[in-house]
Design a protein around this ligand. Sequence first.
Ligand code: SAH
Ligand code: SF4
Ligand code: F3S
Length: 476
Amino acid sequence: MKMEDVFAARDLPQTEPARQYYFIDAAKTIVGEKERQLGRKLNYCIHTFGCQMNARDSEKLAGILRQAGYVQSTEKEADLILFNTCTVRENANNKVYGRLGALSHYKKQNDAMVILCGCMMQEKHVVETILEKYPFVDLIFGTHNIYKFAELLVRAMQSEQTVVDIREDEGEPVEDLPVSRKYPFKSGVNIMYGCNNFCSYCIVPYVRGRERSRKPEDILQEIRRLTEDGVVEVMLLGQNVNSYGKTLEEPMSFARLLEQVEQIPHLERIRFMTSHPKDLSDELIDVLSRSKKICPHLHLPLQSGSSAVLKAMNRRYTKEEYLRLVDKIRTKIPDIALTTDIIVGFPGETEEDFMETMDVVERVRFDGAFTFLYSKRTGTPAAARQDQVPEDVAKERFDRLLALVQKISGEKAAQAEGSVATALVEEINAQEEGYVTGRLDNNAIVHFPGGASLIGTLVKVRLKECKGFYYMGEQV
Ligand code: SAH
Ligand code: SF4
Ligand code: F3S
C-alpha cells in the first residue's frame, strides 16, 4: 500500500466496519516503518476520565491501537498519548487542561502524538480553546465517531495540522471492531447509548446524544463471545438501563434482557449501571429477587431528598416515591446493597431542602454514596438560573453530607464482619505482599492472602475485619 494514496485508493471500502479494518492495516504499515527507523516498538498510553462507558470506549480505542502495532506503556515512554475525556463536572475538564499544560513541554522534547476524544470534545467552546491554546494536539474527535478512530489516526499521522472530526448527530453505532480488555475475566457491555432524560443539571444528553438501545441478539452474542474468551462477569452499561428496549423495533424490557443474559452458560455474575428510579419496574425487582447470577446490588441515584429540588432537577420522582421504591425493593430482596449519587448545592437549594437529603440518607442507610458539589454546565437549564448557591454554603453542606454518608456506610460494612462471601479475585494487591484483591457481589472490596493463580476466579472468603471502605479476609 502506498501511504500517500491511502485515502484515494480504489479498494477503499465504503462500508463499516470493513473501512476501519482497511485503515487499521494502513496504520500498521506506518507504525511498522517507524519501528524500523527507531529500532523498537511504538508505545501508547491512554488516560480515561469519567464513567464506565468511557472506560469501555477506551478498551475499544486500545484494541485498535494494538492491532495497529502499538504496545502499552507509561506516559513517559509513550509515542502516542490519548485522553478520553469527561465533562460531567467542571473539575473533570480542568484535569484535562492541567494535563495538556504539562504536556506542552514534553511534546517539544519527544515528538509524541497527542489525541483527545470523548464527551468534552462534543462542546464547541472546548475544541476552540484547545485549538487556540494547545495547537500541538494532533487529533480531536467526539463520542459519536469513536468507531472511526483508525481512519482518523491515519489522517492525523499524515497531517501537519490538528485533525478535528466532531459529529453533531449520533449516527449508527458500528460494532465488531477490535477490543483490548483491561481485565481478561470481566467486561463492560454497552446495552444502550445516549440519554433522553435531560435532568436539568446534566450535560450527558448533549454530549452523548439521544437514547438508542442495541438489539438483544447483538448484546447476547457479544456476551457469549466474551464468555468463550474467559469472561465470567459482565457489567451491562447504559445511562438509564431501566428504559432499555423502549425504542427498539420490537420493544423489550430490561428485565427480560436480564433473564436472557442469565441463561448464558459460564457467565457467573451480572451487574448493571445505572438505574433511574423513575423507571424501575416491579418486573425488574422480581427478576433480581429470583436470579442466581445478578449481583444483589442496585445503584439508584437519589440526587436530592427534597421533592422541590427533584422537580427542578427534572428527575420525575418525589422524596416519598423514592422512599417507597426502596421499601418495595428491600421487602422483596432484604440483603440487597443500595448505593447512590447525590448532588449538593443545586440552584435554589435551601437549608431545608438539604435537610431533606440528609433525612433520606438516614432513612435509607445507603451502603455507599458518591457525593458531588453541583457544577454549572454551560447549555443546561440549571446553569441559566439566577439563584446559584454560594460556594461556601454548598461546601459546608457537602462536608456534613459526606460525614453522614461515611458513618453509615462504615456501620453497614461492619455488620458483615465475620461472615463468608464470594469474591471475584481481580488483582495482586499492590500494597501488601502475598495478598490479592477481590470484589464481592455487593461491590465491596476484600484483600486476603493469595497468589496470582487466583486471579479471575470466584473464591469464598471470610470477612475478618472491616476497615471502613474494604475488608481484610481469608480464604475458607
Ligand atoms: N445516568 C446516571 C448518571 C450519570 S452522571 C443517572 O442518571 O443516574 C453520574 C453522576 O454525576 C450523576 O448521578 C450526578 O449525581 C452527577 N452529576 C451529573 N451532572 C452533574 C453536575 N452538573 N454537577 C454535579 N454532579 C453532577
Ligand atoms: Fe444525566 Fe439524568 Fe441522563 Fe443520568 S439520567 S445521564 S443524570 S440526564
Ligand atoms: Fe463523563 Fe461522558 Fe460519562 S460526560 S460521566 S464520560 S458519559
